[in-house]
Design a protein around this ligand. Structure first.
Ligand code: GDD
Ligand code: MN
Length: 426
């Protein structure tokens, strides 16, 4: 192990020693040249030479041109009554700083985006991204940061639970070059989350512990939703981040694998101004999915596992219906079998719509169309299943091996096709 590590270090040394200067030269002659994504983050930062962008002082070009130094990203869903107050508080907290605010609203039924749009018509620092057909806190934050242009980007809740008066301090830490990421932390000296009820506090503590142990994340509050990051660093990590779920900070820290310099500052997690929390018990699933994805280097996704789980449940439904039809209703076998398959597919569809594809849930008329497509996908899947099972059995007449191979083929096919046709990303 140690020898391997030494070899890796040596290799890195040679690569950096030779390619580093070459890369630097290359950049001199081709200023638009981007750094390759396969370099370790630290090298990319070195090669990228993007430090000048946030150097403080009068030579800072953005300050001279009146361009924002800080972009504040506010994800919103049904926060109509909170956004105006937040904007006023940002104005007060950020006097002396050039800033902009980007609200990312997932087409809130309460029309939050209309309120933000109206604010934006009075103040050019305010922008609104209205996302249609998508839901999710992480995805909203990612899109917001990617739509920003200031060298530093902060993420803050719309409901005033986070402490916006900490923003200047966070910005100073980034601009001073002491950190790449500053986290507003509830779990360090001086911070608190007293507004949490018992069960929420317990869940938060458990998730934090799991994140620290399993993903080896070293910060005290990886579950925080309040943080500020250098945009260039974020942009390097963005392609690997998950848009599902709500643990964007944990994702950033776990994906960076120790290559971000992180500082935590304490803050008190307050009470919600208006409205209610959007985090339901299902967020536990999202959390599990993120941990799983990061552990397996994005090979296994929670969506696939859920899909397979729902599929196995479908087998039980099928057998139960078959049993009842045969024994209680005295049906002939082919009809009973068909009933079983139809009901199993229907229950699978409903469960997948509620669980597996919860963020893309079909509603109204789309449910019927989706269900018919799902029947179609599953029928073809059955052919694929039987075909593979037959050919395996032909080679190796072991019933369980052939059966399992067929079932695997079936679930992979159904999963892939359902994602393509039934719960299509918009
Ligand atoms: N665009 C968009 N889409 N915004 C969303 C969505 C969504 O699907 N879900 C929630 N939001 C917005 C809310 O409108 C709010 O501004 C912010 O994201 C946080 O959501 P809350 O519903 O207020 O969450 P919370 O207060 O229970 O949880 C907060 O604290 C946790 C710490 O325990 C969040 O900041 C979490 O990220 C954080 O982990
Ligand atoms: Mn909140």
């Amino acid at each position: 192990m140690a020898r391997l590590r030494r070899m890796y270090a040596r290799l890195l040394f040679v690569v950096v020693g030779i390619f580093g200067p070459l890369l630097a030269l290359f950049r001199l002659f081709r200023p638009g040249f981007g750094t390759p994504p396969w370099l370790p983050l630290r090298l990319r930062i070195y090669a990228g030479g993007m430090n000048e962008a946030i150097r403080p002082g009068p030579e800072n070009p953005s300050q001279a041109a009146g361009l924002p130094q800080l972009s504040v990203i506010v994800p919103t869903f049904n926060e109509r009554d909170n956004v105006t107050t937040l904007l006023r508080q940002l104005e007060t907290a950020l006097t002396g700083v050039l800033w902009e605010v980007i609200f990312v609203d997932d087409n809130s039924p309460d029309g939050t985006w209309e309120v933000v749009r109206a604010l934006a018509r009075q103040d050019s620092r305010v922008r609104c991204i209205r996302r249609i057909g998508r839901r999710g806190l992480s995805g909203a934050c990612i899109e917001g940061i990617l739509a920003s242009s200031a060298p530093c980007a902060a993420v803050i809740d719309a409901d005033l639970q986070h402490d916006e008066t900490q923003l200047p301090k966070m910005l100073a830490l980034l601009q001073g070059g002491e950190a790449d990421l500053v986290v507003g932390s509830r779990y360090i000296e001086g911070g608190s989350a007293d507004s949490f009820n018992k069960s929420r506090a317990g869940a938060s503590a458990l998730a934090t512990e799991v994140a620290k142990r399993v993903l080896r994340v070293k910060i005290a509050d990886p579950m925080s939703g309040f943080f500020m990051i250098r945009r260039d660093r974020f942009e390097q990590l963005a392609p690997q981040l998950s848009t599902q779920g709500f643990k964007i900070l944990l994702d950033i820290v776990a994906t960076a694998r120790g290559e971000l310099r992180i500082k935590e500052i304490p803050f008190t997690f307050g009470s919600r101004l208006h409205g209610e929390s959007k985090l339901d018990s299902m967020v536990a699933l999202d959390f599990l999915g993120l941990v799983l994805a990061k552990l397996t280097h994005d090979v296994v996704s929670l969506r696939f596992l859920l899909f397979a789980m729902v599929g196995s449940l479908g087998l039980f439904v099928h057998l139960a219906v078959l049993f009842i039809s045969l024994r209680i209703f005295d049906m002939p076998f082919p009809e009973a079998q068909a009933c079983g398959a139809l009901l199993a597919m229907t229950s699978n569809f409903i469960l997948n719509n509620f669980l597996t594809y919860r963020d893309q849930r079909l509603k109204g008329f789309a449910i019927l169309r989706g269900l018919l497509l799902f029947y179609l996908v599953c029928s073809v899947g059955l052919f694929a299943n039987v075909g593979v099972a037959f050919s395996v059995y032909d080679q190796e007449p072991v019933w369980w091996l052939a059966g399992a191979a067929g079932a695997l083929m079936g679930v992979v096919w159904n999963y892939a096709m359902s994602g393509l046709f039934v719960w299509r990303k918009r």
